[in-house]
Design a protein. Structure first.
Length: 93
């Protein structure tokens, strides 16, 4: 049986300690890098929001990423919806 190893991860400047299989550590760290990069990207694009807003935006982006890749019609629908949201946010700012 494989042993779980403890690792420290950072999401949006907060540290969490989790346990994972050693073989999954690299995938977890790569995923965290993508998530944290997207948080920075959204912070740059949409200044003045709080961290919870950025995390929510990244969660939506990440969740739709896999679905959109396998379904072009869904990709267009999601893209259109996100563009409408962006226009609404720009109007408020």
């Amino acid at each position: 049986m494989s042993e779980l190893i403890p690792i420290n991860i950072v999401i949006a400047d907060r540290t969490y300690r989790i346990k994972t299989l050693a073989k999954d550590e690299e995938v977890i760290r790569r995923t965290l890098r993508i998530i944290n990069d997207k948080i920075i990207e959204f912070k740059t694009q949409f200044g003045g929001k709080d961290m919870q807003d950025y995390i929510a935006m990244v969660m939506i982006w990440y969740a739709t990423q896999a679905s959109a890749e396998s379904n072009p019609a869904l990709e267009k629908e999601v893209t259109d919806a996100l563009q409408k949201m962006e226009l609404s946010i720009d109007k408020v700012l």
